[in-house]
Write a protein that binds this ligand. Structure first.
Ligand code: F6P
Length: 501
């Protein structure tokens, strides 16, 4: 029988390390540990990942790397990239890295070529001014995030994103547009997601029969075809790409339309740089593996329940939404790969907001709340606009990580305890390549966390139950009123909802 993770030697050494964490002081470690900056400031293609303000000594790091070794993180990455069925609960391979591999399988290259043709055709048609993208979860967050980040940097039609089934999402968008000048793109891996299907139906009615203006991205080509979308307007997806790992698949079409296919290609190249890095770099210099190890350290050994993600860039205002799905849908799990309930904490709650806005919202709690919440700060060296304001922005970012680390003495209400950890990521600039690199680094961090925690990071059975129950509640009110299997609370809520005001 294999040893339980929590009883394993690497895990036990880290428990011993954690028992002594009270003796660790980040500022002192920075001043006293020789070579700390060299060990903990890692670079990838000009992007700097500064881990030096984390609550780990060199000894802790060695114990963490031993955990990576024990859990065979490199072996798992190799198996993932070779197409082994590592998503065993769904019987699927996990091959999102193939989507940006220059030696990608033929089907991927064919899909990219079709994307290029379609994107070019939409961009060349000067009668088209707007594109509305419909999709939810992984079929929305990636392209929405990237299009927002690159907004205005490249010429193209105006891009709009609609995810929610709430009519207040789609309706105001369509109200401002002309159906004769608009293209609808719809992404749904399954082509069954209720919200997306209803929004698509509403958008098609609004198009008034202009079906040639609809482009679908899906792995359920049959369902899309049955809805009357012809094959030339359908882009494939594959079951070996998970929804939250799908921004490099055909789901990325809005990026190619909004910014140009060459820009989308730069995005893929950035992702590929991170893929090569994670595959080829020893643990000690491996950025995603280091991020995952720190996450496991904070969550499973030091009991820190959250992670704040704070980009100091308005362009990255959708980044924390994207990372929330990536981290929490992947590793918000309570059983391991063998189906055993784990006896350690897994994914932290991820939340975030851009700086400096977040300084005036939740930073009070980060500095003085009773919980220690690690922070990922993300900024860019090069501004897109006024250098003076950009300098203020970045000075604030650096000041926050320093304040979290140093703390402050004073009267009780002024004391900031300090010694609070953070990582700072400084990109050369916000552009497609660096965005791809950043997203893929976080994808690999998430996968590495799963390998370390012995989880399957690639299924999401937890979201099924609520979807099923919602369907039941769509029965007519008189049927619901008779449904004796409904609990009293939900029954009363329904009654109240259907009562005229
Ligand atoms: O809510 C769960 C989920 O399956 C996500 O994993 C996925 O990204 C999203 O729904 C959308 O699914 P689809 O692309 O099939 O519409």
């Amino acid at each position: 029988m294999t040893t339980k993770l929590s009883a394993s030697s690497a895990w036990q050494s880290l428990k011993a390390e954690a028992a002594n964490v009270g003796q660790l002081n980040i500022a002192q470690l920075l001043a006293s540990e020789t070579g700390r900056l060299d060990r903990m400031m890692l670079k990838l293609d000009g992007a700097l990942f500064d881990f030096s303000k984390n609550l780990v000594s060199e000894k802790t790091l060695r114990a963490l790397f031993a955990l990576a070794q024990q859990q065979d993180v490199a072996g798992w990455f190799a198996r993932m990239m070779q197409g082994e069925i590592i998503n065993h609960t769904e019987g699927r391979a996990v091959m999102h890295t193939a989507l940006r591999d220059p030696n990608a399988p033929q089907e991927v290259r064919d899909c990219l070529a079709k994307m290029e043709r379609m994107a070019n055709a939409v961009r060349a048609d000067k009668s088209i001014t707007d594109v509305v993208h419909i999709g939810i979860g992984g079929s929305d967050l990636g392209p929405r995030m990237v299009c927002k980040a690159l907004n205005g940097l490249h010429e193209g039609p105006r891009m709009h994103f609609v995810a929610n089934v709430d009519p207040d999402d789609l309706d105001p968008v369509l109200m401002g547009l002309d159906p004769a000048k608009t293209v609808i793109t719809v992404a749904s891996k399954t082509f069954t997601t209720h919200e997306t299907m209803l929004n698509l139906k509403a958008a098609r009615m609004w198009l008034k029969g202009r079906d040639e203006r609809v482009i679908a991205m899906t792995s359920n080509v049959k369902a899309a075809a049955e809805m009357g979308i012809t094959e030339d307007r359908i882009l494939p997806m594959w079951d070996w790409v998970g929804g939250r790992y799908s921004v490099c698949s055909s789901v990325g079409l809005p990026i190619a339309i909004g910014c140009g296919f060459d820009v989308f290609k730069q995005f893929l190249d950035g992702c590929n740089a991170a893929d090569r890095h994670v595959r080829e770099t020893p643990y000690e210099r491996n950025i995603p593996v280091t991020m995952a190890l720190l996450s496991v350290w904070y969550r499973s050994f030091l009991g820190m329940g959250s992670l704040a993600l704070v980009p100091y860039s308005q362009r990255l205002s959708h980044l924390s939404d994207y990372m929330q799905q990536l981290g929490m849908e992947s590793n918000g799990k309570r059983v391991d790969r063998d189906g055993q309930v784990v006896d350690y904490a897994t994914a932290p709650v991820l939340f975030g907001q851009v700086g400096t806005n977040s300084q005036h919202a939740f930073f009070q709690m980060l500095h003085q709340g009773p919980d220690t919440i690690p922070v990922d700060f993300i900024g860019a060296k090069t501004p897109h606009g006024c250098p003076e304001r950009h300098k203020v922005l970045i000075a604030n970012m650096f000041a926050q990580s320093r304040a979290l680390m140093l703390g402050r003495d004073g009267t009780p209400e002024r004391v900031c305890p300090g010694n609070r950890p953070s990582t700072t990521i400084l990109l050369p600039a916000i552009n497609a390549y660096n965005l791809g690199l950043l997203l893929a680094v976080y994808e690999h961090k998430t996968a590495a966390e799963g390998f370390l925690w012995n989880l399957n990071s690639f299924d999401q059975f937890g979201v099924e139950l609520g979807k099923q129950l919602a369907k039941e509640l769509l029965a007519p009110p008189e049927v619901l009123a008779q449904n004796e299997s409904l609990d009293f609370s939900t029954s009363k809520l329904n009654f109240h909802f259907y009562q005229p005001e």
